[in-house]
Design a protein around this ligand. Structure first.
Ligand SMILES: NC(=O)c1ccc[n+]([C@@H]2O[C@H](COP(=O)([O-])OP(=O)(O)OC[C@H]3O[C@@H](n4cnc5c(N)ncnc54)[C@H](OP(=O)(O)O)[C@@H]3O)[C@@H](O)[C@H]2O)c1
Length: 322
């Protein structure tokens, strides 16, 4: 089969398009013929060696497609079934492997492209808004990178929960997308100070929660946007890792809460996984949630897809099509 290999860490060109042996599913695993694979920021960190993986590796964890072969002991799945996962292996390929218990069936009314696009970013937005800081009617939230993949979904889900949402974005074009997703206010953090703007928009009070995926360039100021006992949810580092923090700072700034969550810890059980994916698929099929697929690259253009993500150019989901 054709696949993308990473033989050494480095720039996007290190993603090499070549051939690989068809993977064999072990006990409890399933081989899937990939229809679309999600490209995620974490794979750029892995490619750079920030989150090192044993090399060589076929990157990617998120894909949707049809079941092609079953490992020993897999029950309840059949060849030809439409499935998707955010926790597979070797997604940047024509065929990929996933543990059977991490696969979910894709219902009618949801395309394989939509499923590959929504799972990782959608489950992230779901756990952030429903579990990490469970938003309720009237809560105020600041969502950074609100026109991004997770950002647009998080804004929509926060609005479904009845929150007042302030988004930050870097350009006017992205501001329009954040508004379209439902943000009540949008701050161009490339042009104005989002700390003082957030204070102004909340009548000096500060927000209940900040969802910060940008990291290095926003983190310190995000702490200043919170009301006393508010929560900073740092869930990414698109601009780089944040500097170390003295816990005393949380006291000075209002007895704040800080958490650094990751999706794996919010999909610990099968029930949790199917709850989140079930909500997402229902919302998508019912038109309640809009999934913006920004660009689909051919598999051999994986390097260009990474460069696109890192250039801050994406406005929604990026997919690879084998
Ligand atoms: N913890 C988890 O469970 C989890 C799960 C999924 C994703 N994530 C993280 O969430 C973040 C967002 O993921 P995503 O896939 O939805 O990406 P994304 O938000 O679509 O893309 C990143 C956005 O971050 C903003 N940004 C600010 N400074 C940047 C910089 N120096 N370089 C690049 N981008 C910069 C840009 O928006 P503006 O131009 O508007 O500033 C950019 O579009 C990533 O950091 C990812 O690792 C975490």
């Amino acid at each position: 089969m054709k696949a993308i290999h990473l033989y050494e860490f480095g720039e996007p060109e290190k993603l090499v398009y070549d051939s690989a042996a068809l993977p064999t599913p072990k006990a409890g695993e399933v081989r899937v013929k990939v229809a679309a694979a999600g490209v995620n920021f974490v794979e750029t960190y892995q490619r750079r060696g920030w989150y090192p993986l044993p090399l060589p590796v076929i990157p990617g964890a998120e894909f949707a497609g049809v079941v092609d072969a079953l490992g020993e002991g897999v029950a309840g799945l059949h060849t030809g079934d439409r499935v998707a996962t955010a926790a597979g292996a070797g997604a940047y390929a024509e065929y990929a492997i996933a543990p059977a218990d991490k696969l979910v069936p894709v219902p009618d009314g949801v395309t394989l492209e939509q499923a590959a696009a929504v799972l990782l970013q959608g489950m992230t937005a779901h756990y952030l808004a429903l579990s990490t800081f469970p938003l309720k009617e009237g809560d105020t939230a600041l969502v950074h990178a609100a026109a991004g993949g997770v950002g647009q979904l998080l804004v929509q889900i926060a609005k479904m929960r009845g929150a007042y949402v302030i988004g930050t974005v870097s350009t006017e074009e992205k501001a329009a997308l954040a508004h379209a997703a439902g943000a009540d206010e949008v701050i161009l953090y490339s042009q104005s100070d989002f700390g003082s703007e957030t204070r102004r928009l909340t009548g000096g009070k500060g927000v209940d929660v900040v969802y910060d995926s940008v990291g290095k360039t926003t983190f310190q100021k995000s702490l200043n946007c919170l009301r006393p006992r508010g929560m900073l949810v740092l869930y990414g580092q698109s601009s780089g890792p944040v500097d170390p923090l003295d816990p005393q700072t949380l006291q000075h700034k209002g007895s704040l809460f800080l958490t650094r969550p990751t999706l794996g810890h919010y999909t610990l059980s099968r029930e949790e996984l199917t709850w989140r994916t079930g909500d997402l698929f229902n919302w998508l099929a019912g038109g309640k949630l809009k999934m913006r697929i920004d660009r689909t690259f051919a598999l051999e253009q994986a390097a260009a897809a990474h460069a696109y993500l890192e250039a801050r150019a994406t406005k929604g989901k990026v997919l690879l099509a084998p």
